[in-house]
Design a binder for this molecule. Structure first.
Ligand SMILES: Nc1nc2c(ncn2[C@@H]2O[C@H](COP(=O)(O)OP(=O)(O)OP(=O)(O)O)[C@@H](O)[C@H]2O)c(=O)[nH]1
Ligand SMILES: [Mg+2]
Length: 437
């Protein structure tokens, strides 16, 4: 099986040349290819690969045979020879034919970004669900890339080490892989059913779900640990967490919610991966509140936030109430702090500051229990006054000329339902300024 075999090859250290091709299409996306490449270096190191060199090429369109241009292939070959590389890792997705042609031309193991990510996942998966999902993603990625024949076929799924699904040579047969995919999907359905039952039970017991989401390495697991004393794996590397962990989390008012840590997101997260990890990521959809953890110290903070919002959208969770936690504020430069947006829905925190953790707990409580607003209702609008009493918890009322000022605690859902009638009567000047760090 895919996961258990990788130990055998760890003595053969992967020594790699990284390659990035910047096409016009990539330029049009506006994404920074250098940032992607930096990340590829981190991913490679996380996978235990020694990075020897990084080569780049600008080209209108990819070469259909080798992806990079012929001259560049020669350059990679010479660099590999000079530095003693045994692997080339491409930052963009390669077709099956391109992999085979490159292998032939370079006599190196050829891996692309997606395979590298899946390989890291394979090394991390601990739960049954995680293991099934990784293998499913690997095989879904591999299948359309299996065409033609040859010795290279079995190496195609090899990945770093031998964690790839191609480890067992027999499994490189297409039909066999299709069968296996079917089997894995069935197994996953079972796991999903069990998970759904658990969730149902949790829901019936009235437990409210809060999900920690964010870019990989933002500090999600650290926050779960700091907030709940959970014993979770924390590492300064990409994709430290693969399987979701849930812990009870007590809010200041004594109410308990369930806080869930999830797999981190990354740019260019391949579709196969999102699809395969849907079961895990379902947790996010079940949540009443999303805590979006951001590494505020990252120079790529904004891109990372966009990636997270886009993937939340793909999961159908874009409209969830969200609190953005700008984490790692302790290592931000004054300029970085200055640039951070502020206001309601944004908190600047360090996961290591007890005061900040208390503010997170307060914010979660406020968000879940609603907010206190002041309404200025004209004295002749008895209908609105009674609506306020119906949908909210009126804390006090004072008279101001011909108006009545109501201080009301509103439940979020109710306010969303009725707020359109009341919105224009919110008295902004009476609001508390948003809490700031
Ligand atoms: N300085 C500082 N470091 C932090 C803070 N929060 C987390 N870290 C560090 O950031 C690194 C990543 O933390 P994790 O909690 O593993 O991050 P994650 O979001 O769970 O990452 P993945 O599971 O890989 O997606 C670790 O080295 C943490 O110690 C913080 O507030 N300040
Ligand atoms: Mg984590």
């Amino acid at each position: 099986m895919a996961i258990t075999t990788h130990e055998t090859d760890t003595d053969i250290q992967d020594r790699a040349i990284l390659v990035s091709l910047v096409t016009d299409e990539i330029k049009r996306t506006g994404l920074d290819p250098e940032y992607s490449l930096q990340e590829l270096v981190q991913l490679a190191e996380t996978a235990g690969v020694e990075v020897l060199d990084v080569l780049r090429q600008n080209k209108e369109t990819p070469d259909s045979r080798w992806f990079i241009g012929k001259g560049k292939v020669e350059e990679v070959r010479m660099a590999a020879e000079a530095l003693g590389a045994n692997t080339a890792i491409f930052d963009q997705e390669l077709s099956g034919a391109q992999v085979r042609n490159l292998e032939e031309a370079l006599d190196l193991k050829i891996i692309d970004r997606t395979q590298l990510i899946l390989d890291i996942f394979a090394g991390r998966a601990k739960t049954r669900e995680g293991i099934i999902q990784v293998e499913l993603a690997q095989l879904s990625y591999l299948l359309p890339r299996l065409s033609g024949h040859g010795k290279n076929l079995s190496r195609l799924g090899g990945g770093i080490g031998t964690r790839g699904p191609g480890e067992s040579k027999l499994e490189t047969d297409r039909r066999h892989i299709r069968d296996r995919i079917g089997e894995l999907k069935r197994q996953l359905d079972e796991v999903v059913k069990t998970r759904t039952l658990h969730r149902e039970r949790r829901r019936k017991s009235g437990a409210v779900q809060v999900a920690l989401v964010g870019y990989t390495n933002a500090g999600k697991s650290t926050l779960l640990k700091q907030l709940t004393d959970a014993d979770v794996y924390i590492e300064n590397q990409l994709f430290a967490t693969l399987d979701p962990t849930s812990r009870a989390f007590e809010l200041p008012g004594g109410k308990e919610v369930v806080l869930t840590d999830t797999v981190g997101f990354i740019q260019n997260l391949p579709h196969e991966v999102v699809a395969a990890f849907r079961a895990t990521l379902e947790e996010v959809n079940e949540a009443s509140l999303v805590l979006h953890v951001v590494d505020a110290s990252s120079p790529n903070r904004e891109e990372q936030m966009e990636v997270v919002q886009r993937i939340l959208g793909e999961l159908g969770a874009a409209g969830k109430p969200q609190i953005v936690l700008f984490n790692k504020i302790d290592i931000c430069s004054p300029e970085q702090r200055e640039m951070l947006p502020s206001g309601p829905g944004y908190l600047k925190i360090s996961a290591f500051s007890p005061d900040d953790l208390a503010r997170v707990a307060e914010a979660v409580q406020d968000e879940l229990s609603g907010e206190t607003l002041t309404f200025r209702i004209p004295g002749n609008r008895g209908d609105l006054s009674s609506l306020l009493y119906r949908v909210g918890d009126v804390l006090d009322q004072t008279f101001d000329g011909s108006d009545i000022l109501y201080h009301v605690r509103l439940n979020k859902d109710d306010y969303e339902k009725w707020g359109y009638q009341l919105a224009e009567y919110v008295d902004e000047s009476a609001e508390q300024p948003a809490e700031e760090s």
